[in-house]
Write a protein that binds this ligand. Structure first.
Ligand SMILES: [Zn+2]
Length: 367
């Protein structure tokens, strides 16, 4: 089955000025790739605007009205985020297009999907636009799956360079949405410390892994396979949402991470294997950051190639949580070694995460 893709030229209409790095060109380069050299056949999913009710699952009514009131104008929101004349419309179409992709997965039209939308969402808080974000697409998507589709456990994986403060805030005291973020630290927005582990009922359901710059495909894959996978096996999500920032790509102007295009494919395959265990393969990816246009294009291409492999996944209910997961053909550890500091950097997160989750030593290879 073909992966679903949401993209629309109207996602270029939100424009924060010629100087701004979060630019319409990000969508244009992806449109061109899909028109001229699509990496795999895909199911196009037409977007629709999100409704006020859907936005209000995550955002305060007064804030929604504030963004609505910017229609037709240019209004600065914070130091690096401005609403332009068409931002309101575009942001509605971003959230709504993302929800359409979730519906197509739930109704069986696509096994998985990627929503190539602007503006991004993971910094948007209940009543605050920031960090190029207006409405929190990932959070609205999780609410949609819970409220409209009756799902009980959603995993949100945020591999963007930056911490998704808005998504963390939305579910900080809840146990039905597990938020897992890797992010470069120190860096904007300054949140995302390990000790923010959730609160009340949500204690243990907010997992932050701050990382120094320079992390490779092998580093991220180890984190996913050895730290995230055991948590996922225990949490047993019914759907996996991905806040996919391509600003962890080597060469991104905002970051210092070193992912290759193939690395994005490997991370996607790793999450697909986890989704195959408890979520019937249901996985949806939404575009967050990513500012080096060729790296963005190539990274998205590899994610799509990975999503197209859903037919090769083992069906759920395998004998052991991790056996039978499709593995990359080569051990990326051979080609791209772990960063020497990764072991130390994971000590504090592991100590915290083990207060709730059973995570074996990631440095002992299993038999
Ligand atoms: Zn980012």
């Amino acid at each position: 089955m073909k992966p679903g893709v949401v993209i629309d030229r109207r996602y270029r209409d939100h424009d924060m000025g010629a100087w701004h790095i979060e630019s319409p060109a990000r969508i244009a380069v992806l449109e061109r790739m899909l028109e001229e050299a699509p990496p795999v056949p895909y199911l196009p999913i037409p977007p629709r605007p999100a409704t006020d009710e859907e936005l209000a699952w995550v955002h305060e009514r007064g804030y929604i009205d504030l963004i609505r009131s910017t229609a037709g104008k240019t209004v600065p929101m914070d130091g690096d985020t401005a609403a332009g004349p068409k931002t309101w419309e575009t942001a509605l179409l971003a959230a709504g297009g993302w929800l359409e992709s979730l519906d197509r997965i739930m109704d069986g039209a696509a096994p998985n999907a990627i929503a190539l939308v602007r503006p991004p969402g993971h910094h948007a808080e209940a009543a605050r636009a920031m960090g190029f974000c207006f409405f929190n697409n990932a959070a609205i998507g999780a609410e949609h799956l819970i409220r409209r589709h009756g799902l009980g456990r959603i995993l949100v994986v945020d591999w963007d360079l930056h911490h998704g403060n808005g998504t963390e805030q939305a579910f900080y005291e809840r146990r039905d949405v597990l938020y897992f973020s890797t992010h470069q630290s120190p860096l904007y927005p300054g949140t995302g410390a390990v000790r923010f582990f959730g609160h009340g009922e949500g204690f243990g359901y907010n997992l932050n892994i701050p990382l120094f710059a320079g992390k490779t495909d092998a580093d991220y894959l180890r984190i996913f396979e050895k730290v995230l996978a055991p948590v996922v096996a225990e949490f047993a999500p019914e759907f996996i949402l991905v806040s996919a920032g391509f600003d962890i790509a080597a060469g991104d102007p905002l970051g210092g991470m070193a992912l290759t295009p193939g690395g994005f494919g490997l991370l996607t395959e790793s999450l697909m294997a986890m989704a195959g265990q408890t979520a019937a393969g249901r996985l949806a990816v939404v575009l967050e950051g990513g500012y080096d246009l060729p790296a963005l294009r190539d990274g998205v291409g590899e994610v799509l190639r990975a999503l197209a492999k859903s037919d090769n996944l083992p069906s759920s209910g395998g004998s052991s949580p991790h056996s039978g997961s499709p593995r990359p053909s080569e051990d990326p550890g051979e080609a791209s070694p772990f960063s020497p500091s990764l072991r130390v950097e994971l000590e504090e997160p592991l100590r915290m995460f083990r207060r709730k989750w059973d995570i074996p030593d990631p440095w002992v290879s299993s038999p």
